[in-house]
Structures are given as C-alpha cells and as structure tokens.
Design a binder for this molecule. Structure first.
Ligand code: G6P
Length: 500
C-alpha cells in the first residue's frame, strides 16, 4: 500500500549541534496509518518541504525510515524549488484552496494570466513527479491512496503509467458548487476533475462535498452521475436529513470517457482514546494552571467564564469575524464585561503568502483593539496566543465553557470534535453551519451563519448562559458522535472500500 500527500508524517530540522532531528506531524492520516502499524507495509510518499527535509531526503536518497518517530517508511521527493513553489504556493494554496473554500474577493481576484500559466505548468510537473515515484515504488496491483488538492492530477497520471494499480483519492477540503468552481479556466477545471476521476474511488468528508464534486463533473465534463441524490448546496444547515444515507451506504458514481469512478464519504472523527490520555498528562495540567491564572476571577470572586477558539491562522477559519462577534457581545451585553475571557489561539500558517501574513496581522490588530476598548487594570478580554502548543490547546479545551468554531467553509473541522471529548465540565459548541462537522454535530450545537456577526454574538450570549446540566449532557452526546469514526477506522474504511 502507498500513501501520497504533499505534507508527510515527519519533518526534519537541523538542530544547533548540527544533527538533523525528526518531528512527527499530527492529523487524521498520521494517526490512521500508525494505528494500523508496520504490518500495513505502507510507504508514504511526500514532498520535502523545508531545508531540513531536503537534506534528509538527499542523504537517504529519498527513502527514510521513520521508525524513531513511530511512523512508516517515507520517501521524500526533493522537487526543484521553483516547481514546488509554483505548485504549492501558486496553485494549491492560492488557487485550489481559494476555490474550494470560496475565498476570492471576486471584483479583483482571481486573475488568470501568463503568471498563472507558468504556475499551472509547475503544478503539472509536481504532480508528475509524484506519479513517477508512485509508479516506481508500487508492487503489482498495490493500493495507492492519494491525498488532497495538491495532488488532484496524480490519479489520472498514475493510471496512465500503471493501469494495474488500485487508486483512491481523498479530499480533506470542501468542494465548491459548479457555478463557483467554473471561475477556473475551462481547461484547468476539466484537468482537475478528470485527474481525480483517474482514481477508482474518490472520497470526501461529507455527502455535501461529494455531491458538489459530482455536480461539477456533470457541468464541466458532461460526465454521467448516478446515485447520491440531487446535488444540494444547502444540505448542511439541518444536519443529515432523513433521506441521507449513512456515510457507509452513500452511493454515487461518475462515468467519464467510458470509465466509472465511485464517489465515497468518510467523515473523519476524533481519536478519543488518544485525546483523553494526552489531555491528562502533566504538561497539560501545568498549562491548565497557567491559563486559570490568566483568566482570573470576576468582580463577584467567581472564576471568569472561558470562551475558546483554536485554529491555524487560516483565512477560511473566520477568526476576525469571531472577534467582531465577541466585541458585539461585550458592547451589547455589558453584564459580561469583567466576567468572561476569550482565549484565542491562532497558530501561524502559510506565512510565505502575503495574504496570510496580512490576515495574521489583522487578527492581532482586532484583538488589541478589543482589549483597548474594553480592558481594565485587572481584566484582559482577549488573550491571544500565536505559538503552536498542543498541550496548551488541550488545556483550553478542558476548561472551555464555550468553544467558537465559525469557519466560512471547512472540510470537517476537528477542533469541533475534539473539544467535547476533552472538556472537563461540559462546553457549549457554537458551530458554523458551513463546517463539515456540522452535518453530524448539528443536533447538539448552537448553529451559526459564519458571516452573521449579530447572530454569532447572540449565540455566544446563549452559550455563556447555558444550564450546566444540559451543557454536560449535550457534551456527552457530542463526544460520542465525534469519536464514532476514529482515524484508524476512517482509514481502514477507505482501504476496504477501494474497488478491485
Ligand atoms: C489542510 C489541508 C492539508 C494541509 C493542512 C495544513 O488541512 O487539507 O492537506 O496539510 O491544511 O496546511 P499546510 O499548507 O501547512 O500543509
């Protein structure tokens, strides 16, 4: 079996003493694959992302044994930096990510010109490098699981090189409705879809994204779509409707140029066992004590309420509107002043892109503005942490009275599933109806339109006022739903569902 993704399960950095040290990454795929263990006999093919990775890849001719980080063997591809930049920053993160999350400010963006053509050629070359490596590594009839929007062309390219392989593709992002997806140049839109249809099976985190993908195949390629029910852009707000099949039974096929690709749904859940154990280690207890000190007590001597958010500082996570909603709450409901603290953890991401740097600066600016406007000598309304610290995130999950997860669009969002698992005394989840997790969690959350700051502020108020017993009961139900498809099962389900 082979797994292919842009970001691999480990990253290498050169330490001060000159040695290369490996760090294991997180995420569903890493835990899914490592839960199966070495007997899976899997090779993970990924790109060398930084200087440390490149050095490690060169010194081992690309093939790394990551046993010391608890992982599977990895082959890191040392892709020429110009090609990598064009593919990763230029196309994957600036065009495909923006399309799938509908992030463009369309009066000025996107512009598809000569620069774009050059970047697209880089994306093709980068996908071809993966297809070559996979074709070279795969045993006869092996299963190859290709991940995400970075590698949309790989299934088609790999099938052309190795028709014997069983090829799966998985999208960790949402998918855009055809009217939006078609802002891509026609040839590029067609290449992305046809590339993914090179797989025997292409899967998504929710039925909503799967249907939208099929709708794009029908509209852009003229492909034949069968099953899955009609594409419904509004499928998420009420959660899974009664006519929705369970993800296991979801059945949809797309036939294009004589080949049929199955389209599946696999909602990734939280890793309950790991999280519960990890959240009770001593480093988390230390962080909990520090955060309790920071939060402090209100004028009545009672501990202040805690509103938590934890995200990559990612445009789609909607952090700035979340802060606007909190500001609205403090302005409209003065009774909460001095009695609540917003722990906002926003970890830098994709800082090579100017638009992400600007967004990161805007998050800080608005947080400071709120603190200037409402803060007092003994009360800081927003405590913004930007240094990634998993133990501190878990401590915040444990103590949260309310968690705000308000992305404008999100494939799943695991924070929404992790908080209820770890919560000490129950936590009210204010959740965007545009997050994939909403399809499963809707019955026990306060749902919001992520663009409506007034509604979000009102939801924060209701959440802060929630009855503790009701809150604890809902949290228990959320935790059960959130952990029903842990990463190992999610991964094995995909493997078993691969036809052939
Ligand atoms: C999303 C994508 C992943 C990606 C991650 C972090 O979750 O679906 O493929 O690895 O973001 O983004 P980065 O650009 O840092 O890899």
């Amino acid at each position: 079996m082979l797994v292919a993704s842009n970001r691999g399960p480990v990253s290498y950095t050169r330490a001060e003493d000159g040695t290369l040290s490996a760090r294991r990454g997180g995420g569903g795929l890493v835990s899914g694959l490592s839960a199966i263990g070495p007997e899976a006999d899997a090779l993970w093919v990924c790109a060398a992302l930084g200087d440390g990775d490149r050095e490690a890849a060169r010194s081992a001719q690309g093939r790394l044994d990551t046993g010391d980080t608890g992982g599977q063997p990895v082959r890191m591809l040392d892709i020429p930096s110009g090609t990598f930049e064009a593919a990763y920053h230029g196309i994957a993160n600036s065009v495909l990510w923006f399309t799938h999350h509908m992030l463009y400010h369309t009066p000025l963006e996107p512009v598809f010109d000569e620069d774009f053509s050059g970047q697209w050629a880089g994306y093709e070359a980068y996908n071809a490098a993966f297809a070559d490596a996979l074709a070279q590594e795969a045993a006869d009839g092996a299963a190859v699981l290709v991940q995400d929007y970075h590698l949309a062309l790989v299934p088609g390219m790999l099938r052309a090189r190795r028709p014997d392989l069983r090829i799966g593709h998985f999208s960790h992002t949402p998918w855009a409705p055809a009217d939006y997806f078609r802002l891509l140049p026609d040839d590029v839109a067609a290449q992305v879809l046809a590339g993914m249809l090179g797989a025997d099976r292409t899967a998504f985190l929710t039925a909503r994204w799967a249907r939208l993908f099929a709708e794009c195949c029908a509209r852009v390629l003229g492909a034949t779509v069968e099953g899955g029910g009609p594409p419904r852009e509004d499928a998420a707000p009420e959660g899974l409707s009664s006519d929705d099949a369970a993800p296991e039974d979801f059945s949809l096929t797309v036939t294009y140029e004589g080949r049929t690709t199955h389209v599946g749904v696999h909602p990734l859940g939280a890793d309950g066992d790991f999280l519960r154990e990890r959240a009770h280690r001593s480093d988390v207890a230390d962080r909990l004590a520090q955060l309790r000190d920071q939060v402090g007590t209100g004028p009545d001597g009672a501990p202040r309420r805690v509103l938590v958010r934890v995200d990559r500082t990612e445009l789609s996570k909607n952090i700035v509107r979340g802060l606007y909603a909190y500001r609205r709450l403090l302005a409209d409901r003065p009774e909460w002043r001095e009695r609540v603290v917003h722990l906002a953890f926003a970890y830098p991401s994709r800082q090579d892109l100017a638009v992400y740097r600007d967004y990161t600066a805007e998050v800080s600016r608005v947080a400071e503005e709120i603190n200037r406007e409402f803060g007092t000598g003994g009360w800081t309304p927003v405590v913004l942490h930007v240094k990634d610290d998993f133990a501190r995130s878990l401590a915040a999950y444990r103590m949260a009275d309310v968690a705000l997860v308000n992305p404008v669009r999100d494939g799943m969002n695991l924070v929404a599933k992790e908080v209820p698992v770890v919560s000490d005394a129950g936590c009210v989840l204010v959740l965007s109806r545009e997050a994939g997790a909403h399809e499963e969690l809707a019955p026990d959350v306060l749902s919001v339109n992520p663009f409506d700051v007034r509604e979000t502020a009102a939801a924060l108020h209701s959440a802060l006022e929630a009855d503790p017993a009701d809150r604890a009961e809902r949290t228990r139900r959320l935790a059960a739903t959130a952990t029903s498809r842990p990463p190992a099962r999610w991964f094995l389900d995909q493997l078993e569902a691969l036809p052939g």
